[in-house]
Design a protein around this ligand. Structure first.
Ligand code: SAM
Length: 266
């Protein structure tokens, strides 16, 4: 809050730069939450980044940026790492996590559900159907919650859900009206009409994902958030919505300019 009581305008520092280079200039321990989705090495058609490099080179690179990110993360900080595989190449996220194990503790594993069928008649969300006799459609991605010691306190009810049976409020929840959401987060993509105009990037997450991660860490404990792989800037958007400072990097000029353009027209 400023002296007149008005809400402080959050600061966003965004850089068109390789994140490994850029993060070396960020003050050590100055970031409370990292929410990011790096490339998955699944052959996604990015505008300039090559998303199909030999697996070992990819894993070396993932470990390298994560080590640099760990230097700027505060001791009680959280890294929310969004990773996905594909049915014919399911090991990617697990191989990455194996590489990160010496550097972080896996405190929580969250499943970002993009589409769900609750019964024959009830489905919600979107996915691109695959044509296969062997594989079923992949309708989720991981959000790995990594910390240094596995002891970071969370504000679970900040993203809590109301009890359906209100009698449980007295019985289980000591008067709390909300319960923990758990680790299955159903967040579908917004329906769009024109991909080039509405979402000109092949691999984004909705801003609700970083918003939920930041709130879960505890908004009162977050002075600054970082996204080393900004894409179209959905983590930056989440920070703006929540009123927290942001720093981020994106190596691709086209996505960077889209983001800056979006920022100046909103
Ligand atoms: C999965 S996308 C991130 C999308 C983002 N979460 C969003 O919602 O828009 C990964 C991004 O990382 C960028 N990238 C790849 N290598 C990078 C690097 N070394 N430094 C910074 N950005 C990089 C790619 O250009 C791509 O836009």
């Amino acid at each position: 809050m400023g002296r007149t009581g008005e809400k402080k305008r959050p600061k966003a520092d965004i850089f068109l730069e390789d994140c490994i280079v850029g993060m070396h200039h960020v003050e050590r321990g100055s970031v409370d939450v990292i929410v990011t989705s790096p490339p998955y090495n699944l052959g996604i058609d990015y505008s300039s980044y090559n998303d199909k490099i030999p697996r070992e080179c990819y894993l070396d690179w993932m470990e390298e940026w994560a080590k640099v990110a760990s230097l700027v993360l505060s001791p009680k900080g959280s890294l929310f790492l969004n990773l996905g595989g594909k049915p014919s190449d399911p090991w990617g996220p697990f191989d990455v996590m194996h590489r990160l194990r010496p550097h972080f503790v896996l405190q929580n594993t969250i499943h970002w559900i993009k589409s769900i069928a609750l019964s024959e008649a009830s489905t919600a969300g979107h996915y691109k159907p695959i044509n296969s006799k062997r594989y079923i459609n992949n309708c989720h991605e991981f959000i790995f919650h990594l910390t240094f010691a596995g002891d970071v306190e969370l504000d679970r009810l900040a993203i809590g859900v109301p009890y359906k049976d209100k009698s449980n409020i007295g019985r289980w929840a000591a008067g709390q009206a909300l319960r923990c959401r758990g680790n299955t987060w159903f967040v579908p993509y917004k329906t769009i009409q024109n991909r080039r105009q509405d979402r000109p990037h092949p691999a984004t997450f909705p801003p609700q994902i970083p918003e939920m991660c930041i709130k879960l860490h505890g908004i009162g404990r977050v002075a600054r958030v970082m996204d080393p792989f900004m894409g179209l800037g959905n983590t930056a958007q989440a920070c703006k919505n929540l009123g927290v400072d942001f720093i981020g990097f994106e190596v691709d000029k086209r996505y960077f300019e889209e983001m800056v353009g979006k920022e100046t027209t909103t």
